[in-house]
Ligand binder design. Structure first.
Ligand SMILES: [Zn+2]
Length: 307
């Protein structure tokens, strides 16, 4: 039985927003059971805060933005990924700014801060859901599939050959636990392409981006001095996927297979998994005919995408 947890004491993080380029400071505070991850502009106005949940999603383009009528917060995924990997169910994040700090472009410093203060186990049970049958989303040549499994594992493939031969095709597979995340996924930095920087900046994106917080690739080489891993880009996509799926609000067990996915697709899968969970909770048995049809659809899908 899994129990909920929170940070053992307050963490303070400062930096700049990747897209806004503006300074931001954040305190991560312990929170009571069943709070979830709550972002707020002040401790006294928590009722106006926004819970990290896919129903509060405002934007998925280039980064995840959640919000309500009084507060919104951009680029939460690297924090959400670290919280999910460390099993943190409850925390209040007081943010002075409208975008989470990008730090070094990865979750490394967030993990180090979590390790420094420690994690406190709470009394309430942590909700979880086991993927019961294949659930998938697809768009053009991209797809995401969640398959039944007893742990949480990810197999991810990217193909950026057309943008940079230095990124090309990369694959990674991990069974997610705290140590694997810390060593192999958290340090992987976000990345972008030199040719796209100007157009991103003119769209008010990547204004805080630099070689200190992102990997930049030209058509054929890396602009930064070095990589942390040969396949750092696919590992970062994995980091993002974990943070995006965390917006479902409970633990998952399943094998997620991702092929050229991104934020919008990650969230579409989260939504679909949650629909399946709700249907199962209602206890409505699925007629054999529908099960059979779903199996056939999955077979067709696998053939189509060559899975
Ligand atoms: Zn990212």
């Amino acid at each position: 039985m899994l129990l909920q947890s929170t940070v053992a004491s307050e963490i303070r993080v400062e930096g700049i927003g990747l897209h806004s380029g503006l300074p931001v400071s954040v305190t991560i505070q312990p929170a009571p059971e069943n709070t979830g991850i709550l972002f707020s502009s002040s401790l006294s106005g928590l009722e106006r805060g926004v819970r990290a949940h896919y129903t509060n999603l405002q934007k998925t383009q280039n980064a995840i933005t959640i919000g309500n009528e009084s507060f919104n917060i951009q680029t939460i995924e690297h924090f959400m990924s670290a919280f999910y990997a460390f099993g943190i169910s409850n925390a209040v994040l007081v943010v002075h700014g409208s975008e989470m700090p990008i730090l070094d472009g990865s979750s490394k410093q967030i993990i180090e801060a979590l390790q420094r203060v420690g994690i406190r186990t709470q009394g309430a049970i942590q909700e979880s859901f086991r993927i019961p049958y294949p659930i998938w989303v697809e768009e053009n040549s991209s797809y995401l599939i969640a398959l039944p499994a007893d742990d949480f594992r990810i197999t991810y493939t990217i193909d950026f050959t057309s943008k940079s031969s230095a990124v090309g095709t990369q694959t990674a597979h991990y069974v997610l636990d705290r140590d694997t995340f810390t060593e192999s996924i958290a340090p992987a930095r976000t990345f972008g392409f030199y040719e796209e920087i100007e157009s991103l900046k003119s769209n008010n994106l990547a204004r805080g981006g630099s070689l200190d917080n992102a990997l930049v690739f030209t058509k054929d080489e890396l602009v930064n001095e070095s990589l942390r891993f040969d396949n750092e880009c696919v590992r970062h996509k994995m980091l993002d996927l974990i943070g995006d799926l965390a917006l479902i609000g409970y633990r998952l067990s399943g094998h997620v297979v991702a092929h050229k996915a991104g934020h919008a697709m990650d969230l579409a899968l989260a939504r679909k998994i949650d629909t399946v969970k709700k249907r199962k909770q209602r206890g409505s048995a699925i007629p054999r005919k529908i099960l059979k049809r779903r199996e056939m659809e999955f077979e067709k899908f696998k053939e189509r995408v060559n899975f």
